[in-house]
Design a protein around this ligand. Structure first.
Ligand code: THU
Length: 136
């Protein structure tokens, strides 16, 4: 279980990252994410949209890739903040990417109103694709 302090630090980092979101093609749907690594470091990211809509990158993957590109390989938790009536869960592609870097990842969802929901990756993606599935 994550401490309240760590949860708050992750949510703050995700909120700050959200301010940098580049979201002109979704009427400004800004998302921020923050990743807590096994070593206790926090990396963050925002969504970055593109005129070629399929080239858009979600905030979660920007934050995960930031952590991985700095040498981290295990994720403890991910926080996501967006402005929506209810906290938004990560998309399937982001969950699959997360699952590459941890089996027991805590996922903290929040909206800008301060509503918070807590999940585990197992709940949101019970069966992720694993490379060994190719051999089954
Ligand atoms: N988005 C994220 O950043 N994370 C998600 O989990 C879902 C969607 C972004 C992508 C796009 O910029 C905007 O939200 C609308 O889909």
């Amino acid at each position: 279980m994550l401490s309240e302090d760590l949860k708050n630090r992750l949510l703050l980092a995700a909120s700050k990252a959200r301010e940098q979101a580049y979201a002109p093609y979704s009427s400004g749907f800004k998302v921020g994410a923050a990743v807590l690594t096994e070593e206790g470091e926090i990396f963050s990211g925002c969504n970055i949209e593109n005129a070629s809509l399929g080239a858009t990158m979600c905030a979660e993957r920007v934050a995960i890739f930031e952590a991985v590109s700095k040498g981290h390989r295990k994720i403890q938790a991910v926080a996501i903040v967006a402005e929506s009536p209810n906290p938004v869960p990560p998309c399937g592609m982001c969950l699959q990417v997360m699952s590459e870097f941890g089996q027991d990842i805590g996922i903290i969802l929040a909206n800008t109103e301060g509503d918070i929901e807590l999940y585990n990756i197992e709940e949101l993606l019970p069966k992720s694709f694993k490379f060994q599935h190719l051999d089954e």
